[in-house]
Design a protein around this ligand. Structure first.
Ligand code: SF4
Length: 491
């Protein structure tokens, strides 16, 4: 199965309307109507974006989902499920409780699936053995190359699989493509990429992180390819994204790109956004893995014309040093996509949610990558990632120079003309280990762990915003729930 992409029709609709619902409806009609995709009695699974308890546009626009569910029912679907795995550490039942998703989808005739089985948490009558059985029964382990990935049975067993993808800017791939939406049909811990052998030099220079993530995205895509793909760019988050950050801007385009082949839909989306399709590493790799990647000129486009609807968007900053934060100066070395992605989210999170904390803690140097530029002030040095930690062992900031008090006292007692020369002889200059260094280990480091380490280093009093956020987080996701999720390997 791996390395093959079923050849689907390279037909794509570009629809434009006044509301997201109308735009979706028009797009499906342009593609020949919902009956082209859904048969009477089909069980449908809709894969949408469910990342954080933050709502749209971090997650898919619910207006669009509502219209899609209505269409599927009109097409004769007997059962409509929806689901996705959120970002690491967030159980689906928490997002559902905060946004009231379970009830909301029930009222519109669909069912939210707790792919991580988090709807069973808190049920005292379920033993650990029963939990394990539920997990065994709800996933199939699919072997792809040397690794096994758990795929939810409900997705594998559904007659039709629909991908609804909210298009936002993305730090690694310019935009969230439909190919990336398919990746979150597996739990977040299986999506994590990291350098297990800890040989940072080669890993960094080859940008192995990015190569691994691309290869995994494409492997998972081959497991269950969507029958209908919707790239929703009616609203698009540009600037900083794909989540809501201080530098994010919501842009209205009124457009949707719809088709049955995810790669064709992604190619047209890239073209419409003036992004080079030949430069896109995901598309390039798909080509070299013998996926069916059509030439843009061979894709039949219905509806709006590309040339009349081209949109230039503000992409994510390409360099970490371009993210400007109060009281943090960045000193880069050579870093790969792994540290870039993690630092991108960490710094944007801090810029957005820790404004007071940044104000209260002046003079911080943030070093990232192999052989970073030496910082100008040593007040607080943050070393992000194993490359920065290992390659700065001999940097000046590692030591601080201390002059002993005894000699200073002696200096004060000497006569003026003897004072300087005598003091020079007697003063003791000591070098001590600089303790004002925060090492954030990992290849790459984990954002949530970094925030915990910031808290330990600076203290709660100095980080009032982070302290509050941690308390709120503890309220929703207490330690007990986390333990259960770990037991189930659901996160
Ligand atoms: S520490 Fe960061 S920059 Fe270095 S190889 Fe690992 S992920 Fe890349």
């Amino acid at each position: 199965m791996l390395g093959q992409s079923k050849s689907k029709k390279s037909e794509v609709a570009i629809s434009k309307a006044d509301t997201p619902k109308e735009s979706l409806k028009k797009g499906i009609e342009l593609m020949g109507g919902i009956s082209k995709f859904i048969n009477e009695g089909d069980q449908v699974f809709i894969k949408f974006n469910l990342n954080l308890p933050g709502g749209f546009p971090t997650n898919t626009n619910f207006e669009v989902l509502e219209e899609l569910i209505k269409s599927c029912k009109e097409g004769g679907a007997s059962k409509i499920y929806l689901g996705s795995f959120p970002v690491k550490g967030i159980p689906i039942n928490i997002i559902s409780e905060i946004l009231d998703l379970k009830n909301y989808f029930n009222t519109i005739g669909a069912e939210l699936v707790f792919l991580d089985n988090s709807n069973f948490f808190g049920k005292k009558e379920i033993s650990l053995e029963q939990l394990k059985k539920i997990k065994r029964d709800s996933f199939t382990k699919v072997k792809l190359n040397d690794n096994e990935y758990p795929i939810p049975n409900i997705i594998l067993n559904s007659d039709k699989f629909i991908s609804v993808n909210q298009v936002n800017v993305n730090p690694l791939f310019k935009i969230n493509l439909a190919l990336l939406n398919s990746y979150s049909i597996i739990p977040s811990n299986y999506r994590e990429i990291g350098n297990k052998q800890n040989i940072t030099l080669e890993y960094n220079s080859r940008d192995q992180y990015k190569m691994d993530i691309i290869s995994n995205v494409l492997k998972i895509f081959t497991v269950k390819q969507p029958n209908l793909v919707i790239n929703d760019l009616f609203y698009i988050l540009e600037g900083a994204g794909p989540f809501i950050y201080e530098d994010s801007k919501l842009r209205k385009t009124n457009l949707m790109i719809i088709g049955e082949d995810a790669i064709s839909v992604d190619l047209i989306t890239l073209k419409l956004l003036n992004l080079e399709t030949d430069d896109n590493k995901l598309i390039k790799q798909a080509r070299s893995m013998n996926f069916s990647v059509p030439e843009i000129s061979n894709i039949k486009v219905f509806g709006e014309k590309i040339e009349d609807n081209r949109i230039g968007i503000d992409s994510c900053v390409p360099k970490i040093e371009d993210i400007k934060l109060q009281n943090i100066s960045t000193y880069p070395g050579k870093y790969c996509a792994g540290c870039y992605k993690q630092a991108y989210h960490l710094l944007n999170f801090m810029k957005t949610y820790l404004t007071k904390d940044l104000k209260y803690n002046p003079n911080n140097s943030f070093l990232i990558g192999e052989n970073p530029i030496a910082p100008e002030n040593f007040n607080h040095v943050v070393l992000f990632g194993d490359c920065a930690i290992n390659s700065t062992k001999n940097y000046n900031f590692r030591k601080v120079v201390i002059e002993s008090k005894k000699n200073n006292k002696k200096k004060a007692n000497k006569k003026k003309n003897l004072k300087e020369s005598k003091a020079k002889k007697e003063s003791k200059i000591k070098e001590k280990q600089n303790r004002n260094i925060l090492e954030l280990h990992g290849c790459p480091p984990d954002v949530f762990t970094c925030l915990d380490l910031f808290m330990n280093y600076f203290g709660k009093k100095n980080l009032p915003n982070l302290n509050l956020l941690t308390k709120m987080n503890d309220f929703w996701i207490n330690g007990k729930v986390n333990e259960e999720l770990k037991t189930w390997e659901a996160l």
